[in-house]
Design a protein around this ligand. Structure first.
Ligand SMILES: O=P(O)(O)O[C@@H]1[C@@H](OP(=O)(O)O)[C@H](OP(=O)(O)O)[C@H](O)[C@H](OP(=O)(O)O)[C@H]1OP(=O)(O)O
Ligand SMILES: Nc1ncnc2c1ncn2[C@@H]1O[C@H](COP(=O)(O)OP(=O)(O)O)[C@@H](O)[C@H]1O
Length: 300
């Protein structure tokens, strides 16, 4: 049965689907903390609650036009989660029916995904934002690695082959020097992130491909003058067991969170481009620092 639901002056269709709280979310508003947060279904879809201010309408407008926008090259579309419209479903916080943006669940094909959410840019706000919002973002940008490095690791989890989970606390991630960020990224591609001396055994298998993807994105950001991607993240996902078992297995690199995308008005997105170049440098440095042992594929 389809019901019609009105939210913020727009009508949405409502469907009965069985949803659950995702296990592998690393940042953002999280349903498991009791607030309204994303949900997933069993068919590989990710339901992001539509925020009831311009962030929600902005993100929805972005996804709605993205796949029919002739200006976006096809090799760039692969970096965005696929979009399945909106659905009204029961919100995670028990507050009743709420419209959600329905996306591809990027981690649905993985049993034990390792996930990193890296918020790109040395500025997470755009000049049209309210003074209060800019003040709040600027404070976080100053306190975190955002201004220093041009990115901050918003959240990260790494699951080892023998199921040891390493998930640094948000407070740790909010206070990283360049050396700390480097260590965290090296631990992300190690068999166990909990140890002080990361072995980086997955670095080459994961980061060689991640680097290729980031360089492809960079090429586009060097020329695109359509959008400015404020406060948007790069999500890197891979599965250690799969990487060990299958030669063809590779990490996935996606762009997420478009609540603060604005019209570029013909200007290059230097903020995103600069942050992307900085992240590329970190990945390159990690690869350059690998010993022969680390660059050989880990044995199953
Ligand atoms: O609420 P906060 O302070 O945790 O900030 C959220 C951010 O968390 P952070 O502290 O940067 O890790 C959060 O960042 P992450 O997704 O965690 O990287 C979002 O930027 C969120 O903004 P929006 O929903 O995209 O508008 C941010 O929410 P708003 O500040 O926009 O409500
Ligand atoms: N399409 C997706 N598939 C799987 N996980 C996702 C997807 N989009 C976001 N996530 C997870 O949710 C987190 C927060 O997403 P985000 O869109 O930034 O939400 P918020 O607006 O609350 O910050 C990400 O760090 C990631 O773990």
């Amino acid at each position: 049965m389809l019901l019609l639901f009105v939210f913020n002056g727009h009508s949405f269709s409502s469907k009965m689907v069985k949803l659950k709280i995702p296990d592998h979310q690393v940042a953002g508003h999280q349903a498991k903390t009791g607030i309204i947060g994303p949900l997933i279904d069993d068919s590989g879809k990710f339901y992001k609650p539509l925020q009831d201010d311009e962030r929600g309408s902005n993100e929805l407008a972005f996804y709605t036009s993205l796949y029919s926008d002739p200006r976006i090259p096809s090799n760039i579309l692969k970096f965005f989660p696929s979009f399945h419209g909106t659905e009204v479903v029961d919100a995670s916080d028990g507050s009743g029916l709420h419209p959600h943006i329905v996306l591809e669940d990027i981690v649905s094909n993985y049993t034990n995904p390792s996930v990193a959410d890296i918020k790109i840019g040395s500025r997470t706000w755009h000049p049209q934002s309210s003074e209060d919002y800019i003040r709040k973002c600027l404070q976080k940008d100053r306190e975190t690695s955002t201004i220093k490095l041009g990115f901050r690791i918003s959240g990260l989890r790494s699951m080892g082959p023998t199921n040891q989970l390493w998930q640094p606390h948000r407070k740790v991630l909010m206070d990283l020097s360049a050396e700390d960020a480097m260590l965290i990224l090296r631990k992300f591609v190690s068999s166990d992130g909990n140890v002080d001396e990361p072995d980086c055994v997955f670095a080459s298998r994961v980061f060689v491909h991640v680097l290729e993807e980031l360089l492809e994105l960079k090429k586009w950001f060097e020329v695109q003058t359509i959008f400015h991607f404020c406060s948007c993240s790069i999500l890197v996902v891979y599965d250690k067991e799969e990487i060990e078992a299958k030669k063809s297995a590779r990490a996935v690199v996606k762009l997420i969170d478009f609540a603060h995308v604005v019209d570029a008005k013909g200007a290059i997105d230097h903020n995103f481009l600069g942050g992307l170049c900085s992240l590329i440098k970190f990945v390159k440095d990690i690869l350059a620092g690998l010993s022969d042992v680390e660059t050989s594929n880990p044995k199953p």
